[in-house]
Design a protein around this ligand. Structure first.
Ligand code: NAD
Length: 470
């Protein structure tokens, strides 16, 4: 039986004002309807923003200690229903049970991490020229708009809503229409934990409500994670004077040097490329191998790829895109070594694809697939490998497999990506480390998840001058 979901506006669970709905189906079996959710329009967003303006004013007056408590209670509630939540995540998004369990255990930890941040917002004090006091003060921005993708439907929202709420903002949350149930569960937990009901709004739907969140001048800060094309539209809609944080696509490469342990390199590559069915922004989509190791590495990667267990792709458009890029790669002259085929059955399952001979400048070498398609490229030496790794508009993550520390340091310094991984998969980030890309992968103004700039996004600074009385 499908779930019936609602928007949360003004503390009430409501349908879209226009009455429209959409269905979300299980990607492993599209006949299984996960739920029916409001198909919202700009009208719903306008109502949501008005309510959150009120709720944000109330929440900003709540002490930091108490705000932290609410986030911790939400974490406890999510943890308490972790088994059910994991099953729902598998059914809605298509992760394997193990992948889903990792996400449902991480989200409460994110909320607790950000809860602690509530009490760390501080300022500076100066002596005034007249002997008085000058101090800086960081206050909430007011209404934050959070527009999120489907591939981490709990984790990514939790690392936006967590710090936004910790800082005392209200939030209009516009999740992906691929994972509305997870958004509903996160919202329910925050409400049940004691958040003022108007401080958070949930508006379901796709581009229409997303664009309305980005455009609304009452939304003081827009945090977005998704594709680079959509991110650019969000940026344009928000205009030049609004605070915008965009984390977007990637075309992440792993370079393998001749001194590498090739078995280990193959495990690192396969985990990064085919974990989450290749649907991770930091997923490995290219391998750049030096001539000495190319063939033995390819053999090992192909062997492991054939054994890998993958969930379905999240949606029919993901399936089409994946199969399209396998075809495009071959048309461009690459050789399909394994996989890249739809598997029999109702779900959106494919076999993990490995292509070799992927030419520099080809579409497969440069465009984000966001599916389980791994492109092998050859480089004659380290410098060329690094240059190839950087030869894309994206700058999210890059990996190197080597035993040579000097090469590792050199690679880390010259890689034009926001994340560099040496001897580990390009995917998987620590929650206490700043996260974000370079180049077309990010706005780069504020890092997400942790670090000194994270809270700067969710707060605005004032300088206060106080003179002594004569
Ligand atoms: P998407 O860009 O299609 O959608 C992201 C969100 O934007 C969704 O909520 C969507 O409904 C909304 N949206 C769509 N059109 C909009 C518009 N015109 N205005 C405002 N909002 C709009 O991305 P997706 O398919 O949900 O996610 C996959 C993409 O996300 C990949 O490119 C991936 O690399 C990227 N991603 C990046 C990170 C990161 O941190 N860098 C993390 C995860 C995913």
């Amino acid at each position: 039986m499908g779930h019936r979901g609602f928007n949360l506006v003004g503390g009430e669970w409501v349908d879209a004002l226009g009455g429209g709905t959409f269905l979300r189906r299980n990607p492993a079996d599209p006949e299984d309807v996960v739920g029916e959710f409001p198909d919202s329009t700009a009208e719903d967003v306008r109502a949501a923003v008005a309510a959150v303006e009120e709720g944000a004013a109330e929440w900003a007056e709540v002490s930091a200690e108490r705000r932290a408590e609410v986030l911790r209670r939400a974490a406890d509630l999510l943890e308490g229903r972790r088994t059910a939540l994991t099953a729902e995540l598998v059914r809605e998004e298509g992760k394997t049970a193990a992948e889903a369990a990792m996400e449902t255990s991480r989200t409460p930890l994110n909320l607790r991490f950000h809860a602690a941040e509530a009490q760390r917002v501080d300022g500076r004090a100066y002596r005034g020229d007249d002997g008085g006091l000058v101090y800086t003060w960081r206050e909430p921005v007011g209404v934050v708009g959070a527009i999120t993708p489907w591939n981490f439907p709990l984790n990514i929202p939790s690392r936006k809503l967590g710090p936004a709420l910790a800082a005392g903002n209200g939030v209009v949350f516009k999740p992906s229409p691929i994972t509305p149930l997870m958004a509903q569960r996160l919202t329910e937990a925050l409400l049940a934990a004691g958040l003022p009901p108007k401080a958070l709004a949930l508006v379901h739907g796709g581009a229409r409500p997303g664009a309305a969140v980005a455009e609304d001048p009452r939304v003081g800060a827009v945090t977005f994670t998704g594709s680079t094309a959509t991110g650019r539209a969000v940026h344009a809609a928000a205009g030049p004077t609004r605070r915008v944080q965009l984390e977007m696509g990637g075309k992440n490469a792993v370079v393998v040097l001749p001194d590498a342990d090739l078995d280990k390199a193959a495990r690192i590559i396969v985990k990064g490329a085919f974990g989450l069915s290749g649907q991770a922004c930091t997923g490995t989509s290219r391998v750049i191998a030096l001539p000495e190791v190319h063939d033995p590495l390819l053999d090992r990667v192909v062997k492991l790829a054939r054994e890998v267990e993958m969930g379905p792709l999240a949606a029919d458009f993901q399936l089409r895109k994946t199969l399209d890029y396998v075809r495009i790669g071959q048309e461009e002259g690459a050789e399909l070594v394994t996989g890249g085929r739809r598997l029999p059955g109702k779900g959106y399952f494919v076999s993990p694809a490995v292509l070799t001979g992927v030419g520099r400048g080809s579409r497969l070498a440069r465009e984000e697939v966001f599916g389980p398609v791994l492109a092998f490229q050859r480089a004659s030496d380290f410098d060329e490998a690094l240059e190839l790794a950087n030869d894309t508009e994206y700058g999210l993550a890059a990996g190197l497999v080597t035993r040579d520390l000097n090469r590792a340091l050199d690679f880390a310094r010259r890689s034009r990506t926001g994340v560099v991984k040496v001897n580990q998969p390009t995917t998987g980030m620590a929650m206490n480390v700043p996260f974000g890309g370079l180049k077309a992968s990010s706005t780069q103004t504020y890092k997400e998840q942790a670090g000194p700039s994270m809270m700067l996004f969710y707060t605005q600074e004032k300088s206060v001058y106080i003179s002594p009385l004569d």
